[in-house]
Design a protein around this ligand. Structure first.
Ligand code: ZN
Length: 175
C-alpha cells in the first residue's frame, strides 16, 4: 500500500482518470497517468513519466498551431522550456525585458515577426536537442501559416497520453 508523503495515511491509487496538468500553465489534459489521492489530508498528486519529453511535445504542439498568434501562457511555456530568463529571451529576440513581460502578462501582443522568430528558435532548439526533427519540417510549418492571424483565439485544450511523448520523439534524453 502506498502512503501519503504528507500525512502518512494509506493513499488511494487512481488510474484511468484524465489529469489536468495545470502546473504547465496551459490547458493540457493527460490521459493514462497514475494519480494518488489521500482520503485523510486531501493531498493529490500524479506520476508523470519523462516530463522533459512531455514538455517538448507540448512545445512542438504550440509552435505548430496556426490559427492564432502565441498567447501569453504559451510564450511563457516556450521560454521556460528553453531554460531562458525573460532577460535572456529578450536578447535573443532583440526586444527589451519589459516587452517580454508584457507579452507574458497579456498587456501587449507578440506580433507576427516575433511570433515566428520565437517558434523557429524553439523548434531549432528542440531539433538540436533531439538531433532530429520534431515536426514535418520548419519550412512546412511556416508555409502553412496564414498571413493575417486573429489576435487571441479561444483557448484550445491539448489532450495527451504517455505513448505520445514516450514513443513519438527520438531518444533525445535518457528516460
Ligand atoms: Zn495525506
Amino acid at each position: 500500500m502506498n502512503k501519503c508523503y504528507s500525512c502518512g495515511a494509506d493513499i488511494q491509487v487512481i488510474k484511468d482518470k484524465p489529469y489536468n496538468y495545470t502546473e504547465c500553465g496551459l490547458d493540457v489534459v493527460l490521459h493514462g497517468i497514475t494519480q494518488y489521492a489521500c482520503p485523510s489530508c486531501g493531498e493529490e498528486y500524479a506520476s508523470i513519466p519523462n516530463m522533459q519529453k512531455l514538455h517538448r511535445l507540448i512545445g512542438a504542439y504550440i509552435c505548430q498551431k496556426r490559427k492564432a498568434l502565441l498567447k501569453p501562457a504559451e510564450i511563457k511555456f516556450l521560454r521556460k522550456d528553453l531554460h531562458l530568463k525573460a532577460k535572456e529571451l529578450a536578447v535573443l529576440l532583440g526586444v527589451t525585458t519589459s516587452t517580454i513581460s508584457r507579452w507574458e502578462n497579456g498587456k501587449k501582443e507578440i506580433g507576427e515577426a516575433h511570433d515566428r522568430l520565437l517558434r523557429s528558435i524553439y523548434m531549432m532548439y528542440a531539433s538540436e536537442q533531439a538531433n532530429h526533427m520534431v515536426c514535418g519540417g520548419v519550412l512546412n510549418m511556416f508555409k502553412e501559416l496564414p498571413t493575417k492571424r486573429k489576435k487571441i483565439a479561444q483557448s484550445e485544450k491539448i489532450d495527451l497520453n504517455p505513448q505520445e511523448w514516450l514513443n513519438c520523439l527520438p531518444d533525445c534524453c535518457p528516460a
